[in-house]
Write a protein that binds this ligand. Structure first.
Ligand SMILES: Cc1cc2nc3c(=O)[nH]c(=O)nc-3n(C[C@H](O)[C@H](O)[C@H](O)COP(=O)(O)O)c2cc1C
Length: 482
């Protein structure tokens, strides 16, 4: 069955992203040239139990089609029932999620859990194809882990079940977002099946999309994180694919114009407070490469109203002497630059009292952070007017248990009391090192408005990292769990 949006040459698709690809985001992506967009994933169990949060995700706008509604679940009956309701809601296609690695989904047999039960996945896809008169696509990863890569077998089964296309996010479930996507598997799947193959993973720039098409012969490219706060990724990539030349990046005035339009629509969709807070995840993309972007992002973490955000942007425009009303005015954004890495080192303003306080707090934390080192600790120092207040937290983990250092940092920050958090320091034991999860993302978001500096991760020499630089890109550095 043909898939709407895939009829054009080298189509570009917006990836489904939970808490990101809401209606406003999808409409914007379509306007900037995405050929097909996807909703956030919707829980089939939520739908069959009439959970308002799940049903709300079925709301589609007239100007976002073609749009696929993505569903996840482990029970065929629930998945089929929700697909029927998604079809009634006006979806142009149904996408089955067989890639989500989050424990509460994959651990219950849904999402990437389905990669461990190929027979069930095939039967589920078949049942969906039989139940709805729409194309059914399936989004998969390479396999459960590196020892059990079965993406070619899975794709072959899905083709047999009648799936209209398969999207391959070129990582295993256990890799989450960490190693670079291995596109060679997309090419192998393409050779094994005759249904369209959609390539996904690590397309950050227009040239990446061109390479993914060229290296794998895939039928479409799906873009996720690079589209966050950057709808121009679609228009610029389309231009690059069609002409071989790269258009200039948008001016500051254009960025602010689209940012505010995005925010206004989000506020209309969700209400002012929620719309403004949820927009914070996207500022990094909108401001990437602008002079003073880190400070502006920090300022944008404060307001809870649309007017407050507008005021921050206007202040920035005045300070940079940019005419924000002229569409092509203002200095062009620097392409790339140190901002892009999110890893620029800086020193906070020196203040002897702060330094003394920090040194004492760190010494205390270090003393407590003793072998077996399967521990993490955090120090937070807050400043209210002239007063500094420090708090240290330690967490020892029984062997084998992973410890959430971010959680400890949050506890320390809370214990440090009211006021601006001047810094948060982390010491992370080896066993506590790397456990990316969505909870951490939330924690960083909570810390963001109050904390300015993060000092040191792990056992490395001290480094000052601007927290707000790390924060708006938690999806790269602290890896969400999907
Ligand atoms: C915040 C976030 C939420 C995501 N939510 C979903 C989801 O609901 N369903 C899904 O299939 N994939 C989800 N993903 C994975 C993306 O669709 C995509 O496969 C992944 O980000 C790799 O593509 P990229 O490198 O272009 O970002 C999510 C990714 C992110 C960063």
């Amino acid at each position: 069955m043909p898939i709407p949006g895939l009829e054009r040459r080298r189509p570009l698709l917006l990836a489904p992203m939970e808490e990101i690809t809401d209606q406003t985001f999808r409409r914007l992506a379509r306007r900037f040239g995405a050929d097909l967009v996807f909703t956030e994933f919707v829980s089939s169990e939520g739908v069959v139990h009439d959970a308002p949060k799940s049903l709300a995700k079925f709301a589609l706008a007239p100007d976002e089609h073609p749009v696929g509604i993505q569903i996840f679940g482990a029970r065929i009956a629930a998945v089929v029932a929700s697909a029927r309701r998604a079809a009634e809601a006006g979806a142009d296609l149904i996408d089955l999620n067989a890639g989500c690695p989050v424990r509460k989904v994959a651990g219950k047999g849904g999402g990437a859990g389905l990669l461990r039960t190929p027979q069930l996945l095939e039967e589920m896809a078949q049942a969906l194809v039989d139940a709805v008169a729409l194309p059914v696509t399936v989004k998969i990863r390479l396999g459960w882990d590196e020892r059990s890569i079965n993406v070619v077998e899975i794709a072959t089964r899905l083709e047999r079940a009648g799936a209209a296309a398969v999207t391959v996010h070129a990582r295993t479930r256990s890799q989450r977002f960490r190693p670079p996507a291995d596109w060679s598997w997309i090419g192998r799947v393409k050779q094994a099946v005759s249904i369209p193959v959609i390539g996904n993973g690590d397309v950050w720039e227009p040239a990446d999309a061109a390479r993914l098409f060229d290296e794998t012969a895939c039928d479409a490219v799906m873009i996720g994180r690079a589209a966050m706060g950057n709808p121009w990724i679609f228009s610029r990539t389309r231009h690059y694919l069609d002409t071989g030349t790269l258009p200039p990046p948008p001016s500051t005035a254009e960025r602010f114009g689209v940012l505010l339009e995005h925010l206004r629509e989000a506020v209309a969709e969700k209400g002012e407070r929620r719309g403004v807070i949820e927009m914070r995840k996207l500022y990094r993309g909108y401001l990437r490469g602008l002079p003073g972007a880190a400070r502006l992002r920090a300022a944008l973490m404060e307001p809870l109203t649309l007017t407050g955000v507008q005021r921050c942007l206007a202040d920035y425009g005045r300070a940079q002497e940019i005419d924000l009303h002229g569409s092509a005015s203002g200095p062009p954004a620097r392409a790339g630059g140190s901002e892009g890495t999110g890893r620029t080192m800086e020193e906070p303003a020196t203040d002897p009292r702060f330094e003394a306080h920090l040194a004492a707090a760190r010494a205390a934390a270090r003393r407590a952070w003793a072998p077996p080192r399967e521990r993490c600790g955090a120090v937070a120092i807050s400043r209210a007017g002239e007063r500094f207040c420090g708090a240290t937290m330690q967490l020892a983990a029984p062997s084998g248990l992973s410890v959430c250092a971010e959680q400890v940092a949050l506890c320390a920050a809370r214990a440090a009391g009211a006021g601006e958090i001047a810094c948060v320091c982390l010491w992370i034991g080896p066993a506590a090192g790397d456990h990316p999860c969505g909870t951490c993302r939330q924690i960083w978001l909570e810390l963001a408005p109050r904390a300015r500096w993060l000092l040191q991760r792990g056992d490395q020499p001290p480094q000052w990292l601007s927290l707000d630089r790390l924060l708006p890109d938690p999806f790269r550095d602290f890896s969400p769990e999907r």
